[in-house]
Design a protein around this ligand. Structure first.
Ligand code: PNS
Length: 159
Protein backbone atom coordinates (compact mmCIF):
# COMPACT_ATOMS: atom_id res chain seq x y z
CA UNK A 1 0.00 0.00 0.00
CA UNK A 2 1.33 3.42 -0.94
CA UNK A 3 1.22 5.91 1.91
CA UNK A 4 0.48 9.34 0.48
CA UNK A 5 0.55 12.59 2.41
CA UNK A 6 -0.53 16.08 1.53
CA UNK A 7 1.45 19.12 2.66
CA UNK A 8 -0.83 22.14 2.16
CA UNK A 9 0.05 25.79 2.43
CA UNK A 10 0.40 29.17 0.81
CA UNK A 11 4.14 28.80 0.18
CA UNK A 12 4.47 32.50 -0.60
CA UNK A 13 7.33 31.74 -1.01
CA UNK A 14 8.71 28.30 -0.13
CA UNK A 15 11.33 28.61 2.64
CA UNK A 16 14.10 26.32 3.87
CA UNK A 17 11.72 25.48 6.73
CA UNK A 18 9.19 24.11 4.24
CA UNK A 19 11.96 22.21 2.43
CA UNK A 20 13.07 20.71 5.73
CA UNK A 21 9.55 19.46 6.48
CA UNK A 22 9.16 18.01 3.00
CA UNK A 23 12.34 15.95 3.44
CA UNK A 24 11.42 14.91 6.97
CA UNK A 25 7.99 13.68 5.88
CA UNK A 26 9.55 11.47 3.22
CA UNK A 27 11.03 9.49 6.10
CA UNK A 28 7.60 7.95 6.72
CA UNK A 29 5.63 8.60 3.52
CA UNK A 30 5.95 6.93 0.12
CA UNK A 31 4.64 9.99 -1.68
CA UNK A 32 4.05 13.61 -0.74
CA UNK A 33 1.88 16.06 -2.62
CA UNK A 34 2.79 19.65 -1.86
CA UNK A 35 -0.55 21.39 -2.25
CA UNK A 36 -0.45 25.10 -2.98
CA UNK A 37 -3.67 26.82 -1.93
CA UNK A 38 -5.41 28.95 -4.54
CA UNK A 39 -7.67 30.86 -2.24
CA UNK A 40 -6.03 31.65 1.07
CA UNK A 41 -7.83 34.92 1.68
CA UNK A 42 -4.54 36.75 1.35
CA UNK A 43 -3.03 38.82 -1.43
CA UNK A 44 0.04 36.73 -2.28
CA UNK A 45 3.31 38.21 -3.51
CA UNK A 46 3.73 35.37 -6.00
CA UNK A 47 1.00 34.11 -8.30
CA UNK A 48 -0.21 30.55 -7.94
CA UNK A 49 1.70 29.46 -11.06
CA UNK A 50 4.87 31.14 -9.81
CA UNK A 51 4.62 29.40 -6.43
CA UNK A 52 4.00 25.99 -7.99
CA UNK A 53 6.86 26.44 -10.49
CA UNK A 54 9.29 27.57 -7.77
CA UNK A 55 8.53 24.53 -5.61
CA UNK A 56 8.86 22.18 -8.58
CA UNK A 57 12.24 23.64 -9.44
CA UNK A 58 13.45 23.62 -5.84
CA UNK A 59 12.26 20.18 -4.76
CA UNK A 60 13.26 17.71 -7.40
CA UNK A 61 12.41 14.42 -5.77
CA UNK A 62 10.50 11.65 -7.56
CA UNK A 63 8.46 11.07 -4.39
CA UNK A 64 7.25 14.68 -4.33
CA UNK A 65 4.51 16.07 -6.53
CA UNK A 66 3.44 19.72 -6.55
CA UNK A 67 -0.16 20.66 -7.31
CA UNK A 68 -2.46 23.58 -6.67
CA UNK A 69 -5.85 23.17 -5.07
CA UNK A 70 -8.97 25.21 -4.61
CA UNK A 71 -11.78 24.59 -2.14
CA UNK A 72 -11.55 22.34 0.87
CA UNK A 73 -8.31 20.61 1.67
CA UNK A 74 -10.13 17.44 2.73
CA UNK A 75 -11.74 17.16 -0.72
CA UNK A 76 -8.37 17.56 -2.41
CA UNK A 77 -6.82 14.99 -0.05
CA UNK A 78 -9.58 12.52 -0.90
CA UNK A 79 -9.08 13.14 -4.63
CA UNK A 80 -5.36 12.34 -4.50
CA UNK A 81 -5.74 9.44 -2.06
CA UNK A 82 -3.84 11.09 0.81
CA UNK A 83 -4.31 9.61 4.26
CA UNK A 84 -2.34 12.21 6.22
CA UNK A 85 -2.03 15.98 6.26
CA UNK A 86 1.45 17.23 7.11
CA UNK A 87 1.82 20.58 8.85
CA UNK A 88 4.71 22.25 10.61
CA UNK A 89 4.68 23.51 14.19
CA UNK A 90 7.37 26.05 14.96
CA UNK A 91 6.30 27.69 18.18
CA UNK A 92 3.46 27.91 20.66
CA UNK A 93 2.09 30.80 18.60
CA UNK A 94 1.34 28.37 15.74
CA UNK A 95 -0.54 26.01 17.98
CA UNK A 96 -4.00 27.51 18.26
CA UNK A 97 -4.47 28.05 14.53
CA UNK A 98 -3.07 24.62 13.69
CA UNK A 99 -5.15 22.89 16.36
CA UNK A 100 -8.34 24.53 15.08
CA UNK A 101 -7.57 23.57 11.50
CA UNK A 102 -6.71 20.00 12.43
CA UNK A 103 -9.95 19.57 14.38
CA UNK A 104 -12.04 21.13 11.62
CA UNK A 105 -10.41 18.84 9.07
CA UNK A 106 -11.09 15.87 11.34
CA UNK A 107 -14.72 16.95 11.63
CA UNK A 108 -14.94 17.03 7.83
CA UNK A 109 -12.93 13.87 7.19
CA UNK A 110 -12.58 11.72 10.34
CA UNK A 111 -10.16 9.22 8.80
CA UNK A 112 -7.70 11.82 7.56
CA UNK A 113 -4.99 12.33 10.19
CA UNK A 114 -3.02 15.54 10.68
CA UNK A 115 0.63 15.05 11.56
CA UNK A 116 2.69 17.92 12.93
CA UNK A 117 6.39 18.02 12.25
CA UNK A 118 8.90 20.21 14.02
CA UNK A 119 11.46 21.83 11.76
CA UNK A 120 15.21 21.90 12.37
CA UNK A 121 15.99 24.11 15.36
CA UNK A 122 17.79 26.78 13.36
CA UNK A 123 14.75 27.16 11.06
CA UNK A 124 12.10 27.58 13.74
CA UNK A 125 12.06 31.39 13.49
CA UNK A 126 11.52 31.28 9.75
CA UNK A 127 8.27 32.20 8.00
CA UNK A 128 7.32 33.21 4.48
CA UNK A 129 6.03 36.56 5.72
CA UNK A 130 9.35 37.38 7.40
CA UNK A 131 11.24 36.32 4.28
CA UNK A 132 9.06 38.63 2.16
CA UNK A 133 9.65 41.50 4.55
CA UNK A 134 13.41 41.02 4.75
CA UNK A 135 13.65 40.70 0.95
CA UNK A 136 11.43 43.74 0.41
CA UNK A 137 13.83 45.89 2.41
CA UNK A 138 16.91 44.49 0.73
CA UNK A 139 18.04 42.11 3.51
CA UNK A 140 19.99 38.94 2.86
CA UNK A 141 17.71 35.91 2.52
CA UNK A 142 20.32 33.55 1.08
CA UNK A 143 20.34 31.21 4.10
CA UNK A 144 16.57 31.24 4.39
CA UNK A 145 15.40 30.21 0.92
CA UNK A 146 16.66 28.14 -2.01
CA UNK A 147 18.65 30.11 -4.66
CA UNK A 148 15.71 29.64 -7.07
CA UNK A 149 13.42 31.45 -4.63
CA UNK A 150 16.05 34.08 -3.89
CA UNK A 151 16.31 34.88 -7.60
CA UNK A 152 12.52 35.04 -7.90
CA UNK A 153 12.33 37.45 -4.95
CA UNK A 154 15.01 39.64 -6.48
CA UNK A 155 13.15 39.70 -9.78
CA UNK A 156 9.77 40.33 -8.21
CA UNK A 157 10.95 43.06 -5.87
CA UNK A 158 13.36 44.64 -8.33
CA UNK A 159 16.43 44.32 -6.09
O1 PNS B 1 0.45 28.32 4.73
P1 PNS B 1 -0.89 28.62 5.31
O2 PNS B 1 -1.42 29.94 4.75
O3 PNS B 1 -0.90 28.60 6.81
O4 PNS B 1 -1.89 27.46 4.81
C1 PNS B 1 -3.24 27.44 5.20
C2 PNS B 1 -4.01 26.38 4.38
C3 PNS B 1 -3.89 26.65 2.91
C4 PNS B 1 -3.44 25.01 4.69
C5 PNS B 1 -5.49 26.43 4.84
O5 PNS B 1 -5.96 27.74 4.74
C6 PNS B 1 -6.39 25.50 4.03
O6 PNS B 1 -6.37 24.31 4.23
N1 PNS B 1 -7.16 26.08 3.10
C7 PNS B 1 -8.08 25.33 2.27
C8 PNS B 1 -9.54 25.57 2.67
C9 PNS B 1 -9.96 24.63 3.76
O7 PNS B 1 -9.94 23.42 3.63
N2 PNS B 1 -10.37 25.20 4.92
C10 PNS B 1 -10.84 24.45 6.04
C11 PNS B 1 -9.70 23.88 6.86
S1 PNS B 1 -9.76 24.54 8.45
Amino acid sequence: MTRTGVYPGSFDPLTKGHEDLIHRSLGFLDKLVVAVAVNVGKQPLFSLDERVAMIRETVQDPKVDVQSFDGLLVDFARKIGATVIVRGLRAVSDFEYEFQMALMNRHLAPKLETIFLVPAFDLTYLSSSLVREVARFGGDVSGLVHPVVQAALRKKLGR
